[in-house]
Design a protein around this ligand. Structure first.
Ligand code: ZN
Length: 286
């Protein structure tokens, strides 16, 4: 809430400063200011807060600007629409070397994308850099960005961090170079997407194979993610997502969701003979 109060003061300040001032003495200057302040009744104040919330939901979600890589908020909303428009892919690589989910008995809270040392890594949305650090036994060189749409993203194992803490970034701003720093055997980008500290499968938001987002928005539902992040689904535009399990084929998935192989192929830009990977996310229409 502190961020709100600050923003309201800022807006008031802007209004006060924008009052006409040329050739006026202090007294006459006072009049328009008072009028403007009076005009800021509770309704317009509420409108202003609502507008601010819409343009920067992150300000409403996160009270703190801490150092811990997974910022937790006191209150996680029951549902929240995350705006995925105006994105940029973190890398041009299409190759996922490790999916989100349980790996060797541990939860792998992101996806690993094949990159080579020196490859440019970019911010996926606009926002502000919250953490830039080196963690020898874990993420190596890593950057955490809090985006205006409410998401936080983490980029790990980079050979170099290119941004400073508190820097403002846009979607596509280079934030680091690919590498294999920290606990990793080969060069790759470890990429996480978190909402209020809760890890979401990045494949539910990004289609790495087609270098695209999965939709204009993603509906976060607390109940679906609290128990099992992998169950998170989006309700927007009647598109649903299926996570490929071992032994499944396009035909069996099509049957399961009362659709056709043709529709699945069309929707996911794949051929009928495409080899499916366990953990791969497929779109389907119901
Ligand atoms: Zn990883």
């Amino acid at each position: 809430m502190n961020a709100y109060v600050k923003n309201i003061f800022l807006l008031l300040l802007i209004l006060v400063c924008s009052a006409p001032s040329q050739g006026q003495d202090l007294l006459t200057m006072q009049a328009p200011i008072d009028t403007k302040l009076k005009a800021l009744d509770s309704l317009s104040l509420i409108r202003m807060v609502e507008k601010e919330k819409f343009s920067n939901p992150a300000a409403a979600l996160y009270g703190n600007w801490g150092e811990h890589y997974s910022a937790r908020t006191a209150v996680v909303p029951d549902s929240f629409v995350i705006d995925l428009t105006r994105f940029h892919m973190p890398t041009t690589s299409h190759i996922i070397t490790s999916d989100y989910g349980v790996r060797r008995g541990r939860q792998h809270k992101g996806v690993d994308i094949k990159v080579y040392t020196g490859d440019t890594i970019r911010s996926v949305f606009s926002g502000k850099v919250r953490i830039v650090r080196y963690d020898e036994k874990g993420y190596g060189n890593y950057v955490v960005i809090r985006h205006h749409n409410g998401l936080e993203t983490i980029y790990g194992h980079m050979s170099k961090n290119l941004v400073a803490q508190d820097a403002e970034v846009r979607a596509g701003t280079p934030i680091g170079l690919g590498g294999n720093s920290g606990r990793t055997a080969d060069s790759h980008l470890h990429f996480e997407t978190r909402f209020c500290g809760i890890a979401l499968d990045p494949a539910l938001l990004f289609d790495f194979r087609n270098q695209d987002v999965t939709g204009d928005t993603y509906l976060f539902c607390r109940n679906q993610t609290a128990g099992n992040n992998q169950q998170a689904k989006t309700e927007t535009a009647a598109v649903r997502y299926h996570k490929v399990a071992s032994g499944e084929t396009l035909a069996s998935i099509a049957r399961k969701h009362s659709t056709t192989v043709d529709d699945l192929c069309h929707l996911n830009h794949i051929g009928k003979s495409a080899r499916l990977r366990v953990g791969q996310i497929l779109k389907y229409n119901q």
